[in-house]
Design a protein around this ligand. Sequence first.
Ligand SMILES: [Ca+2]
Length: 211
Amino acid sequence: MSNGNSAASNKKNATATTGDDLGFSLAKLNGKASTVTLGGVAEAGATVSILDGRGNVIGSTTADRNGEWQFKTGKVSGIQSFGISMTGRDGIVRTTTDTAIVGTMGGEIIQDVSGQDNILSGGQGIDRFVFGNVFGRDIITDFIPGYGTHEVIQFNLNTFSDYAAVMANATQVGNNVVIDAGNGNTLTLVGIQRADLKDVNFAFFGDPLPM
Ligand SMILES: [Ca+2]
């Protein structure tokens, strides 16, 4: 399904957009305020409603002439998920199953949702991002690569067997790294250079996935 916003999305090459057509692309924890800024690129003038983890509307905003929208939540704690629905100029309400999953503290396990396109943000501190075998088209907005203080992406052994296998499928795309696991499963690391991804940034486990 397409609602014609791909041209607008393509302008946002510094970010990444989930695989759906609602242009949900940003989830950022705002430091000590513990609010979350959500955003993306939708149809110009569309009404974007923000949903909590239970699907209840917590607020709405209007996409600007370029289709860009942002919404700042109230204070959040722990790991929270958010969804969106969009009412376009045609009056049709489109709701995505894709969600943003945001951690607010350090040392969290950010568990991806299998088969769903997700925007994952660890927020403050050092976190671990855990992916099952069928993960979808996912985005991590704030991954910390490299040695020293760094975060970890945990893949299923059926997806990648080791660091070399990951890197063989990791491509620099603009300011992002895209790790392609095949069958429509991609993980985009926003604002990361491929050369900064080290072996310590990945872990590999079979089923069931330990956390
Ligand atoms: Ca997912």
